[in-house]
Design a protein around this ligand. Structure first.
Ligand SMILES: [Zn+2]
Length: 220
């Protein structure tokens, strides 16, 4: 009996450790702990145009996408009361295999890959024509293909989403893309679950829906 109890304790220990990878990042003071996942890449190519992150029929047509959760809504999970720093989206026709892959919304370089299942995230640094630096972040990827430092363009496969079945196995609805458009990345990604005020939300993030809708209208 004692042996079984010991075994259960060991299993519990591993379960807690593997499922709490982000448990040490609660507040802004903790952000430095996340710095090692960041690579300060130089972005050589400037952004030429903006596209939707899925290869739907028309990557400029916003109607090919469903938004399942909006920017700025309060979250009860993990750090309770943090604001949703991105939008959750899926392509409308999910039965087509190709739509499960995620692509950059603009050209740039990979500056961070962080977290593990089911929050695996890749971040791209972009340089606009006027020199402005922006970041886009793609979360809940089942697999990630590029490496930190890689140059990527709008045709590069970044990763793929969870299928509904894979997401359910992890006990959650992670079969969507969480997309962020960021003004800054001084938090190394941790502001995604530690942003507790509207001021900080707007300091660091754009509303991706508003942002991308505006950009998709631009010709090239
Ligand atoms: Zn989200």
């Amino acid at each position: 009996m004692n042996k079984i109890f010991q075994l259960l304790l060991i299993l519990l220990f591993f379960f807690i450790n593997s499922s709490s990878v982000i448990s040490d990042i609660y507040t802004e003071e903790d952000w430095e702990l996340w710095r090692e996942t960041y690579k300060d890449v130089k972005v050589k190519s400037t952004v030429k145009g903006w596209f939707l992150p899925f290869k739907t029929k028309d990557r400029k047509d916003i109607k090919t996408i469903d938004i399942i959760s909006t920017f700025g809504s309060p979250r009860l999970s993990y750090v309770k009361g943090h604001f949703h720093t991105g939008i959750d989206m899926i392509p409308k026709k999910r039965n087509r295999d190709e739509y499960i892959y995620v692509y950059p919304v603009a050209d740039g370089s990979v500056c961070s890959i962080h977290l593990t299942h089911p929050h695996k995230t890749i971040v791209i640094k972009h340089r606009l024509k006027d020199g402005t630096i922006l970041f886009t972040s793609y979360k809940h990827l089942f697999e990630i293909y590029p490496e930190k430092g890689d140059r990527v363009n709008v045709q590069t496969r970044l990763g793929r989403l969870y299928t509904r079945e894979e997401a359910l196995k992890l006990g959650g609805r992670y079969d969507h893309l969480h997309l962020e458009i960021r003004k800054k990345f001084d938090d190394y990604g941790a502001a995604s679950w530690t942003t507790m005020s509207r001021t900080n939300l707007n300091k660091r993030f754009y509303d991706p829906w508003k942002f991308i809708k505006e950009k998709l209208k631009q010709k090239k």
